[in-house]
Design a binder for this molecule. Structure first.
Ligand code: FMN
Ligand code: FE2
Ligand code: FE2
Length: 393
């Protein structure tokens, strides 16, 4: 059985990238990433749905040629213009100059702007259809800001298959299996949370709009632009996206994020973790903001209901690695979390007040000086214990 064969009309022509260390020059890729692309073949026409990153274009073109033989691709459907999916456009156009680029008005502008590509384009609107021949109908749904303004999705009506772009995508290159059934589902789902929190997290309201638009559709298969093709776990990934985009915590655990230069704030964070564990709160995920990757902190913050942030005061403001995390929360508009703050200093405490200005002035917080007095240690314990009580109830 050819595992790239998603159905007799859809063939996987994506590529794996295990070379790039950081996606968008920022997010670590411990398992690599795939740039998914699909060949949809009808009796009359052939369409490529989504492209690959520029460094992989030549390999993809070889794959398309060997798959199609004498036939040529007629359409290149661009659901999303971020260069991880559009970088190969010029190379495809050079090999098949007559290929028609299919996208909405914003897509076409971006194609010109990024690649200077003119020539045959087909501009589509929300709900438009494109037939590749009898029994193979593609319908387009505009889903702006999931994850760029031009983002859209393509639905293969007869096969109930959704080409969803970045939505439902995840980090993690494919290891042989293209469909989720044979793949390491749990790893990919954890990477989906990290992908969501890092890349899509800001756009929850737009993801919700897209999910509402998809609601009437029967969906048997989801072909995203990253990660496995979902068929065995469609309901699970749709539910995960729904909850994440409603900013709903996935469990009653707590994320602890701290920064510490000389160990005093770290000690306060340890106290808090101990107290939360004694209260039976779980799971607890704890991170040193200076050493853990931001994507892990954000994914944990999206997952758990509680969040304790502890920072020293550093040259007046918040300790920079913690500030980066706090800014990440603000940018993403994370809501519905029970947040408490701890701030340390040696002469005048500013960190907790500044974090409160960013995250909510009424958030419970406590401060300490130097290594912290007995009362200050007790106050951190109490703050954590009260957080535990609220979360458990
Ligand atoms: C480079 C540096 C800058 C600091 N800036 C301030 C400051 O502006 N205001 C203040 O009260 N304390 C300041 N401190 C003191 C720390 O906030 C304080 O000692 C804190 O408790 C250190 O926590 P830690 O042991 O977890 O690193 C600074 C310390 C360092 C090393
Ligand atoms: Fe994207
Ligand atoms: Fe992408």
């Amino acid at each position: 059985m050819d595992v790239n064969c998603i159905s007799d009309k859809i063939y996987y022509i994506g590529v794996n990238d295990r070379t790039t260390a950081k996606f968008e020059a920022m997010w670590p890729l411990p398992y690599g990433v795939s740039y998914n692309s699909y060949l949809v073949t009808g009796p009359d026409k052939v369409a490529i749905v989504d492209g690959v990153e520029v460094g992989h274009a030549a390999r993809q073109i070889d794959e398309i040629k060997s798959r199609l033989g004498d036939r040529k691709p007629d359409y290149l459907i661009i659901n999303h213009m971020e260069p991880d999916h559009s970088g190969g456009i010029s190379a495809l156009r050079a090999v098949w100059p007559d290929i028609t680029i299919v996208g909405n008005g914003q897509t076409i502008n971006m194609v010109r702007g990024f690649y200077g590509v003119e020539g045959s384009v087909l501009k589509v609107k929300d709900g438009d259809t494109l037939s590749l021949g009898e029994g193979v109908t593609l319908r387009f749904a505009l889903t702006p800001m999931v994850h760029w303004p031009e983002t859209m999705m393509t639905y293969l009506v007869e096969e109930e298959t959704l080409f969803s772009g970045d939505a439902f995508g995840c980090f993690g290159a494919l290891a042989g299996y293209v469909l989720d059934g044979g793949a390491q589902t749990e790893m990919y789902l954890a990477e989906m949370e990290r992908y969501y929190a890092s890349i899509v997290g800001k756009y929850g309201q737009f993801v919700q709009k897209a999910l509402q638009k998809l609601q009437p559709l029967a969906i048997s298969t989801i072909c995203p632009t990253h990660g496995p093709v979902w068929r065995s776990h469609v309901a699970r990934v749709v539910d995960l996206y729904d909850r994440l985009s409603r900013y709903e915590p996935l469990d009653n655990g707590v994320t602890i994020v701290y920064g510490s230069m000389y160990g005093n704030t770290a000690m306060m964070a340890e106290r808090a973790a101990h107290e939360l564990a004694c209260a039976g709160v779980g799971p607890i995920e704890m991170f040193n903001a200076s050493t853990a990757d931001l994507s892990r902190l954000l994914a944990a913050a999206f997952r758990h209901k509680g969040l304790l942030i502890a920072s020293p005061t550093y040259s007046e403001p918040i300790f920079p690695p913690v500030k980066t995390f706090v800014d990440g929360l603000v940018i993403r508009g994370l809501k519905n979390r029970d947040i408490v703050l701890v701030g340390g200093c040696s002469w005048s405490e500013r960190a907790s007040a500044l974090m409160a200005e960013l995250l909510g002035t009424d958030l419970p917080r406590t401060t300490f000086k130097h290594a912290g007095s007995c009362d200050e240690h007790d106050a951190v314990r109490k703050l954590a214990a009260e957080l535990g009580t609220r979360i458990n109830n």
